[in-house]
Ligand binder design. Structure first.
Ligand SMILES: C[S@@+](CC[C@H](N)C(=O)[O-])C[C@H]1O[C@@H](n2cnc3c(N)ncnc32)[C@H](O)[C@@H]1O
Length: 255
């Protein structure tokens, strides 16, 4: 991870290094504005969850947590280890608002912090979010209620099952956020689903692209595919777009 981070720091560029108009706009209008945003309501909720010592029985259907292998986990520990950090919550929210992404899909709800950032974007989008652990999903639902967020469809079950059974085969999402089961094979499978359910203007966002060798392998392969013409590496997050009219290019952006 440290080696990947040093490589990222060395290679990442700011606006001066960007010759693609799309990525220049993305950097100057979205990434820059994301730095200045403030989501006090959501951060207040995060703070209260970080103080919450109550225990939930978790059934992890994914690659698990690096910090704990126990099935009995405290809310505070789950919140700290699994939730999107504020900086990246602000970024995904800024993308959704700026590009008017209306239909959103999130794989991996956890406490719902990422979901809350996404649906609180300025364009009032609609989110479908999937969580495999029913007890965690119940906490997320309570958190959505506490924040008065009602434009969220929370589906409970394994990603593969829910994607296969509950998502209309013709459905197109403007943004898909893949944030659970951080291993190579499932990530590639979710990406295949994402390819079928997005169009030229959509964003496919991966969290934790350097979390494991498997994630990094998936990221490197996805970037190379002909179907993907723009990739943006922000170290924690990797974002790809089809944009077939653009010259195929990979960008490493300072954030
Ligand atoms: C990193 S957390 C999600 C964090 C959330 N997106 C955020 O930004 O706050 C990943 C979640 O995905 C769930 N998960 C992992 N693998 C899964 C699978 N195969 N099916 C359903 N849920 C899964 C875990 O239970 C966990 O709650």
């Amino acid at each position: 991870m440290l080696k990947s981070y040093l490589k990222y720091r060395f290679k990442s560029v700011n606006a001066h290094g960007l010759h693609s108009p799309f990525v220049y706009e993305f950097y100057t209008k979205v990434v820059k504005s994301a730095k200045k945003r403030n989501e006090n309501r959501i951060e207040k909720l995060r703070k209260s969850l970080i103080k919450d010592q109550s225990i939930v029985e978790v059934s992890d259907l994914g690659a698990g947590s690096k910090s704990s292998k126990s099935t009995q986990r405290k809310i505070n520990e789950i919140t700290k280890s699994a939730s999107i950090p504020p900086k990246f919550g602000r970024l995904i929210q800024a993308i959704i608002g700026f590009y008017n992404c209306k239909e959103l899909l999130e794989l991996g709800t956890s406490m719902g912090i990422g979901s809350a950032y996404m649906v609180s974007a300025s364009n009032s989008p609609r989110l479908t979010t999937i969580e495999g652990c029913p007890n965690i999903a119940a906490k997320a639902k309570a958190n959505f209620d506490a924040l008065n967020l009602d434009n969220i469809d929370l589906l409970i079950g394994d990603f593969d099952t829910v994607l296969g059974n509950k998502i209309n085969p013709d459905k197109i999402f403007d943004l898909i956020y893949i944030d659970g089961n951080h291993a190579y094979e499932p990530t590639m499978r979710y990406f295949e689903f994402a390819l079928k359910h997005t169009d030229e203007d959509s964003f496919i966002v991966f969290d934790d692209i350097y979390w494991s060798d498997g994630m990094t392998k998936a990221w490197e392969e996805i970037k190379k595919l002909d179907k993907i013409h723009v990739s943006m590496d922000l170290f924690r997050m990797g974002i790809v777009c089809k944009k077939q009219k653009q010259r195929k290019q990979d960008f490493i952006l300072k954030y």
